[in-house]
Design a protein around this ligand. Sequence first.
Ligand SMILES: [Zn+2]
Length: 313
Amino acid sequence: MKNLSWIWLGVLGLSLSMGGCGDDDPSGVELAQSDIDAFAQMNSAGARSFDQKTNGLFTKIFGSTEGPEVRKFFEERIRHVIDEDTPVYVSPKRFAQESWTKDPSSEEIMKEKQVKITASNLSMPLWLQSQFAETPITVQFNSVTLPMTTSRNGIMIVGEGYQASETYQGETIDLPISYRQGVLLHESRHSDCTGGLTPNSIRIARSSTSYRSFTQDFDRKSCGHHHTYCPPGHRLADLPACDDHAWGAYAIEAVFLQAMSLELADETEKHILLISAYDNVSRLKLSYSAMVQRAYGEPDMSSTNAVIPETTP
Ligand SMILES: [Zn+2]
C-alpha cells in the first residue's frame, strides 16, 4: 500500500480529517467494526425528526430511520473493512491505462495543510479500472479473493484519521460514534455507480492524463460519486475534497450528521455533529438547502454495472 499508484487510487474516495491522535485508541478496523455494530443503537428519533422536516429525506437516502436498516445500506455497499497497512494484491498488476488515478501534488498539499485520510474506498477505482481497461480485476487481501465484478464489492480502507478521540489545543475530545458512522456511510456511497457509465465517459477516462483532468472532463461523476477539486480560497483548495453533483458522498454524510444531531440531550455531542455536518456542507459546490428542498430532484441511491448506450440527438 506504500506504492504511490495505490495511494492515488485512494484519493478518489477519501474522507479527510484534521487534528491529532489519542495514544490508547483501538485499531482502526476494530473501531470501525464496533461503529458498524453500534448502528443497532442509532438515534432513530433524530432520523424521524429529520424526516418530518424534510419530506422523508433520511428514509429516501438510507432506506429507513432504523439503525439496523441503515447498517444494511452500508453493508450492501462495503463488504470488507481493512487497515491501510494490510497488504493488498491486485491482479493483473499493471493496467493499460491508469493515469486518470494520479495526482502527484495531493500528498504534498495534504502534508502542508495537516490533513489526514480518515477512510477511503479502494474497490470503486479498481472496478472502474476494470471497466476502462476492459480487463477483469481480482483483489486479494488477508484470506479474501474478491473479483471486481460489481462496484458494490466494496473495500473500505481505514486511515489514520479514523479515531475514537481528537486532541485539540492539548485537550482530548471523544468523538461521537455517529460522527464516524457518517464517514462509513460516506465511503459506502462511493460504491454506487449511479446512472451507469457510457461509451463516451469510458473514452474520456481512458484519455485522462491525471486525476485533475479526469475530474474536469468525466461526465459520469455519479458513477463512483467522485469528488472534484475544492476552489481557490477553500480550506482544502487544490485537493479533490469537494462535490459538484447532487447527492454525492458529502451531501449524504451531511444529512446523516444533521439528523443524528436532532433529539439529542448531550450538547457537546450535538455541537460536534453539527460542526461536522457544516464541514461536509462546505465541500458542496451546489446549495445544500436547495438540494434538501429537491431542487436537483430526489436522491437516486441506485447503482448499476451497465454501460448505457449514448442516445443520438
Ligand atoms: Zn469521499
